[in-house]
Design a protein around this ligand. Structure first.
Ligand SMILES: *Cc1c(COP(=O)(O)O)cnc(C)c1O
Length: 228
């Protein structure tokens, strides 16, 4: 196996170098996407300094919580079914994948019952690919208006995925648009705390950091290829 610590530190340095090059002084969180990763390897990375891990299935996240408890923060990054919300409310730092009004209403209701406020990101499908979930740009205003009325959830930013293509300009345009939309929402309502822009995966995180990502979601580049 390659030296996973060297690799991890190389990626952190890469992110810092890009920030410096584009004149950024804000933070970029490296979210380690641990889906299907062996428990011992996850533990190793927590030892390296990983503070936040992401899973895309509720049951996988529950298992991580059982094992790692309070030693890391948990992010849900995949499609969330409403009948599973009760298993994770109060246990996530951030839900990245809110893609419908019905879902956020259910999260709000459950959060109220648990006496917590749940931070979340709205997932945007900027490229309009049918295989991707998320709101279109056209739907965004109405969604934001809706969630501002909810008291037990807090919109903290935008999550998006670029199309999986070689065309860097296309990828960049998606990330740039996500940033513009986040800034617009923030400018329209200063009472919101739109701190997060969750974008960039193994193949495109460098472009994402150039374009203002504050959370990169990295799996393959840290842990190697898995079948997902
Ligand atoms: C799997 C996954 C990632 C990580 O993808 P890699 O290409 O392995 O870095 C990021 N975001 C989401 C939503 C994922 O499902």
């Amino acid at each position: 196996m390659r030296d996973s610590l060297n690799n991890y530190e190389k990626i952190l340095k890469e992110i810092e170098d890009i920030k410096k090059r584009v004149g950024r002084t804000d933070d970029v969180l490296l979210l380690a996407v641990t889906k299907m990763v062996d428990e011992d390897l996850v533990r190793k990375f927590i030892g390296y300094g990983v503070t936040d891990i992401g899973e895309n299935k509720v049951q996988d996240m529950e298992k991580r919580i059982e094992v790692f408890g309070d030693s890391v923060n948990y992010h849900l990054i995949g499609t969330l079914q409403r009948n599973k919300i009760n298993k994770i409310i109060g246990k996530t730092k951030l839900i990245h994948s809110v893609d419908s009004i019905r879902l956020i209403d259910a999260i709000d209701k459950r959060s109220e019952r648990e006496g917590v406020v749940t931070d979340f990101l709205v997932q945007l499908n900027i490229s309009g690919e049918e295989t991707k979930s998320g709101f279109s740009e056209e739907e965004l205003d109405a969604f934001v208006k809706h969630v501002k009325e909810l008291e037990n959830v807090r919109l903290r930013g935008i999550m998006t995925m670029a199309p999986h293509v070689e065309d860097e300009d296309l990828i960049r345009s998606v990330f740039r648009r996500a940033r513009e939309l986040k800034e617009k929402i923030q400018n329209d309502d200063q009472s919101l705390a739109m701190d997060y822009l969750s974008m960039g995966m193994s193949h495109d995180y460098k472009i994402a950091v150039e374009e203002g990502s504050t959370i990169v979601r990295l799996g393959t580049i840290l842990f190697g290829e898995r079948n997902y």
